[in-house]
Design a protein around this ligand. Structure first.
Ligand SMILES: Cc1ncc(COP(=O)(O)O)c(C=O)c1O
Length: 377
């Protein structure tokens, strides 16, 4: 029987054994509510605050600038909706890219239906937003720019530093969705010059259903979740203690091992690219990608004689990308494919014109995963 091979690390990652050990006391004994004022709340409360410092350490911000959430989607919703509501008296225009994950794209769509104006910047053939396009798109009513850090399909790293210079000069807040970059490349908020940054635990060897949002101090995005006063009143709901502890530990490990992980991932990515090219795949044209990318070929053959697009049971597990992504769309997809009506305005990257389905393969640290190693590696 063919052993399944996991090549979907952008989809999710397994739990790091050190993360599991960090969570164990809260699974087995320390069940208290971190918000309880009595003895049982003390250890969980301390653990939440340790995790906050661990996340802040990795992002190079202060612990008070971290809000725990239920994942990348909630962090993005909180950042974009919250800033839009907070700044609505100053303007109603938001700039984003045609390349974002649905957790940003759909939030912008929601805001567009509720009185906000959204500019979706195109991405060039290499999957990069041009900072000059950002500068040109700015209007007096622009209140927020949201451009992702690393793309979830092709891995290109956006020029955030350059975009941040433009945003700062104009006094416009900059948010980035860093769900796919954290732990893989440096995500230092001061270096990047971002005001808000979203992360997702499941992409960095922590549990699913936990995330964090960095909010630069003095910014006050409108409260996303109302209720009891957890997270200093910024996000109500009893803390997901196991998720938070796991995320904190995962961030500590990501910071500790970053150099080693980057070198290892580059090695794996390059071997995967070479192997897939030998098998007839075409890597996406982006040159600045931190991990494995998309491949423009339908039914790419795998060693076992099956087709990659039929790999849902055995063989390599990749994933078919989101429909609106210009690097993933098909000509018959009326949400994109350079058609009128798509927010990319017909200017999205040329790979869309090929009309071919693509498959995403992503590696991270296969040493941590018990499933098979790709025959391409
Ligand atoms: C870039 C990006 N942003 C946001 C998300 C959503 O994260 P979550 O599923 O943890 O809410 C994902 C998940 O795939 C992602 O890749």
């Amino acid at each position: 029987m063919v052993k399944p091979i996991y090549l979907d690390y952008n989809g999710t990652t397994p739990h790091d054994p050190e993360v599991i050990e960090a969570i164990r006391p809260f699974l087995e004994g320390a069940f208290g509510n971190p918000s309880s004022a009595h003895w049982y709340g003390i250890q969980p409360k301390k653990a939440v605050e340790t995790a906050r410092r661990q996340v802040a350490g990795m992002l190079n911000c202060s612990a008070g600038e971290i809000i725990f959430t239920s994942g990348g989607t909630e962090s993005n919703n909180h950042a974009i909706r919250g800033m839009a509501r907070w700044l609505q008296d100053k303007g109603n225009h938001i700039i984003t890219s045609s390349f974002e994950h649905p957790a940003v794209f759909e939030v912008c769509g929601y805001l567009a239906r509720n009185g906000f104006e959204i500019t979706y910047l195109p991405v060039g053939e290499e999957g990069l937003v041009d900072p000059a396009d950002v500068a040109k798109a700015i209007r007096p009513s622009t209140i927020l720019i949201s451009i992702m850090h690393a793309n979830n399909e092709v891995g290109t790293v956006q020029p955030l530093k350059a975009i941040s210079h433009i945003a700062r000069k104009q006094g416009i807040a900059l948010h980035t969705d860093a769900a796919q970059s954290v732990g893989k490349i440096p995500a230092d908020v001061r270096q990047l010059g971002v005001d808000l940054l979203s992360i997702a635990g499941q992409k960095v060897y922590a549990p699913k259903g936990v995330g964090a949002l960095y909010v630069r101090s003095l910014l006050e995005p409108e409260n996303f979740c109302h209720g009891a006063g957890q997270e200093t009143g910024r996000r109500a709901g009893t803390e997901n203690i196991m998720g938070i502890v796991g995320l904190g530990k995962a961030c500590e490990l990501a910071q500790r091992d970053l150099e080693k992980n980057m070198a290892h991932m580059k090695f794996l990515r390059d071997r995967l690219h070479q192997g897939l090219q030998r098998s007839g795949g075409q890597p996406h044209p982006g040159r600045n990608r931190p991990r494995g990318g998309g491949f423009r070929r339908r039914g790419l053959p795998c060693r076992h004689g099956g087709a990659v697009s039929r790999s849902d049971s055995h063989g390599p597990s990749g994933s078919v990308g989101q429909r609106h992504n210009p690097f993933q769309c098909r000509q018959d997809d009326n949400r994109c494919g350079n058609r009128q009506g798509h927010p990319c305005g017909g200017r999205c990257g040329s790979p869309a014109k090929t009309g071919l389905m693509k498959k995403r393969f992503t590696c991270y640290d296969l040493r941590k995963h018990p499933s098979g190693i790709s025959p391409w590696l």
